[in-house]
Design a protein around this ligand. Sequence first.
Ligand code: TYD
Ligand code: MG
Length: 456
Amino acid sequence: MTTKEKTIWECAECGHTQNKWAGSCGRCNQWNSLVQEQQFREKKRFETKSETKSKPVRISEVSTASFERLQSGIGEFDRLMGSGVVKGSLSLIAGNPGIGKSTLMIQVAYQFAKAGNIVLYICGEESVEQTSLRARRLGIDHDNLYLLSETSFRAIQKEIKSIKPTLLIVDSVQIMYKDDLPSAPGSVVQVREITMEFLHLSKGEGITTFLIGHVTKSGEIAGPRVLEHIVDTVLEFEGDRHHGFRLLRGVKNRFGSTDDIAIFQMKENGLEEVENPSQVFLEDRSKETAGSSIGCALEGGRSFLIEVQALVTSSSFSSPSRRSAGLDQNRLALLLAVLEKRIGYRLYNSDVFVSLAGGMRISEPALDLAILAALASSFVNQRIDAHTLILGEVGLGGEVRAVPRIETRLKEGIHLGFKRAIMPKRNLKNLAPKFREQIELIGVEVVDDAIKKLFN
Ligand code: TYD
Ligand code: MG
């Protein structure tokens, strides 16, 4: 039968398909994300793959022995995966180009190779020589570690059969292709089908697989969101490539918690775990200048102190600029409005810049009061005592709201030698008395109180 090939439009961000082109996706509303695809014959594919031998089993008969996990030896990475990588699982490491995905994965590959596992690293983006050069520079060399420069899935499959790796790393999923599909590598169809193939490989052969995926706004590259449903684990690399810090965030994890992060630092010899983030973040803080304050953020299970820097200067333009790096722009606008209305600072003709030290990105409301304090400090040009920790969420009425897990945050401050904490009064009520012996606690109800306590 000769059926006419049908053309459809598929969203590169969410995978939604529609028959007609439009400026934005009909489901996720992303602009310019629709790409032309040939309709894939789904029916046929399912017919050929329907010979599985699965049988229904009683729930009580399912073996509940815990999954076999492999430890990489990189503590932060293992913790994020849920105390090790589950054997036969499929994970996606996503992030902007140049953020350090290849570096992390070659380091992970090395650790697994050292532990006696056969590791196959497929470098589709770089040549074997480039990857090997990078590995040498990082001091990585092991007989169990194989490199393969290949982008055709069929060829990769053949090599996997002969090498039989325990661990497989695919760098990157966007460059791989199956030659029986009409679309170009990187298209939604290719990326999804390739991922499905690796899923079958990892589950069928018990090969622990990591796929590296790029995140771009360009419509031609499949956004990893299309893949999120297929894989077991999604880790996202965040950070500013001009700063040393890299945050690996667990976005999805079928074998562990997602509410967690791992922090790394990019050094000359690769990514290094940051075990004590507070100390590292506060390393080059400016103690003597106005406009700097210290707050405490909670990300996943971890708390860390972070410096907020603000600069308020008089503007020579009619519409002053308000810029923030690492913080939510709307939150900044809100805090500026509170400062104007509740404290009476005249900021409407000032340029305002706020940033978080180290290129971190945090959207926690518990940092509000610290941001507000940094703004105020720069505005009145008085510095904040270097041993004062500032905690609290700020409401529209200028009230300082309680923050969750106050004890964890205070502990972090005490640990790093902070002497005072300006914090929400409501949080004081249920606090264990032992904290008062270790740090001076100043409860505040409204931002006005906090400002008075900071600059009397
Ligand atoms: P890379 O892992 O190639 O990024 P990705 O695979 O996500 O595109 O890392 C690229 C950046 O990391 C590059 O700008 C150089 C830097 N880098 C270091 O600073 N130190 C190192 O030891 C290595 C290997 C890379
Ligand atoms: Mg790379």
